[in-house]
Ligand binder design. Structure first.
Ligand code: NAD
Ligand code: WQD
Length: 337
């Protein structure tokens, strides 16, 4: 059985991806330092799958600790989620973000070199596109200036991987650029549980509805979009998770290109108001919101062309916005019981 190292496996996307990998028959080893997650995530994964995931409670920036994983396990592929991800926090603490996100990747690549692990899947982000000129965004859409230190870490990490591949012709990498993931596992036994207060639209909406926050400020109502609010591409978490299993299959069971960049979005753009209305429809509640000023750094509209994921991985999203909202809302209610 192929063993997959999942870094950041206790986090939101990592934990849901571990479930999908386990269900596909892969063996998983996880590494996390719980800087934005909790050890109990592994119990939740066990509750869903019945499998106890072997895990290392380590910081990827500590190269000696990281190396232990490679000494003790024969790793076939790595799925590298571990990173800090808050855009606002990265503006306040740029060095923390550059250090954590870059050093973690470099240490991992050094281990790949030393222990001859040939397959990497890297968590990148639609934020690398910046304010794209062309919509929907394809993998060939030129990258613009990053809007935050966080987004810049993703651009630099991608470049580090390309430079690494240049001198290691036997190495392979899939770079996955996620759009806006949301929702929880269908079992409702696991979902998004960040340490800090949520700062993405969908968890903010559910936190308002449950009474943890007062009111949603809709950032900008005069954008050149169909209703004046920004457009994003929301993707159901288990659809996103499954794309990682498909990427592992692609690397281990097919004849992959050396470097493959893939967009993971639903292909559909939704405005902020459409997201709010979807929530109101599925929950039967009225959301308390007001129109507010634009938020600095927001792109007007971004959504994915995912045809490469479809052609190369045989992947396409299975759930739409209402199902995502319904899942996110069930999870919020469950968390608060
Ligand atoms: P998350 O914060 O829930 O998960 C990241 C995990 O990595 C956490 O468990 C954290 O404790 C761990 N981690 C961070 N730095 C570490 C280190 N140095 N050593 C060990 N563990 C470390 O975030 P997520 O939403 O699951 O995101 C996963 C990946 O996907 C990240 O790379 C993120 O940048 C990327 N991404 C996320 C989104 C999104 O909207 N959630 C969108 C695009 C890309
Ligand atoms: C979505 C829309 C806001 C909060 C972020 C990261 C990006 C990537 C995906 C990691 C925007 C609006 C939000 C609120 C609002 N993550 N909004 N009121 O900005 O698309 O991207 O997540 O890689 O890097 O930047 O997501 O959820 O913050 O915002 O009106 O209180 O909701 O203006 O239009 P975003 P988001």
């Amino acid at each position: 059985m192929n063993k997959i190292l999942v870094t950041g496996g206790a986090g939101y996307i990592g934990s849901h991806s571990i479930i999908d990998l386990l269900e596909a028959g892969y063996s998983v080893v996880s590494a996390d330092n719980f800087i934005n997650s909790d050890r109990k995530t592994y119990d939740q994964i066990k509750a869903v799958t019945g499998i106890e995931v072997k895990h290392y409670d380590i910081d990827l920036c500590d190269s000696l600790d990281l190396e232990k994983i490679f000494q003790e396990n024969q790793i076939a592929a790595i799925v590298h989620f571990a990173a800090l991800k808050s855009v606002g926090d990265s503006v306040e603490n740029p060095l923390l973000y550059y250090h954590n996100n870059l050093a973690g990747l470099i240490n991992l690549l050094r281990c790949q070199e030393k222990y001859e692990v040939k397959n990497l899947i890297f968590s990148s982000s639609c934020s690398v596109y910046g304010n794209a000129d062309q919509l929907p965004v394809t993998e060939g859409t030129p990258l613009k200036e990053a809007e935050s230190p966080y987004a810049r870490t993703k651009q630099i990490c991608e470049q580090i991987i390309f430079d690494f591949l240049n001198v290691h012709p036997d190495q392979r990498a899939v770079i996955l650029r996620y759009f806006n993931p949301a929702g929880a596992h269908i079992s409702n036994l696991i979902g998004e549980s960040p340490h800090n207060i949520a700062n993405n639209l969908i968890p903010i909406i559910t936190e308002i509805a449950i009474g943890k926050r007062d009111r949603l400020s809709v950032f900008g109502s005069d954008y050149p979009t169909r209703d004046g609010t920004c457009v994003r591409d929301y993707i159901y978490i288990m659809d996103l998770a499954h794309a990682h299993t498909r990427s592992v299959d692609y690397l281990l069971k097919q004849e992959p290109e050396q470097a493959t960049i893939i967009n993971l979005g639903s292909g559909t753009g939704s405005t902020v108001l459409e997201v709010i209305h979807s929530f109101e429809k599925v929950s039967g509640l009225k959301l308390n919101y007001k129109m507010a000023d634009r938020r600095a750094g927001d792109v007007i509209a971004v959504y994915a062309d995912y045809s490469k994921a479809k052609n190369l991985l045989g992947w396409s999203p299975q759930r739409g916005l209402d199902e995502i909202m319904s899942s996110a809302w069930s999870w919020e209610q469950k968390r608060n019981n």
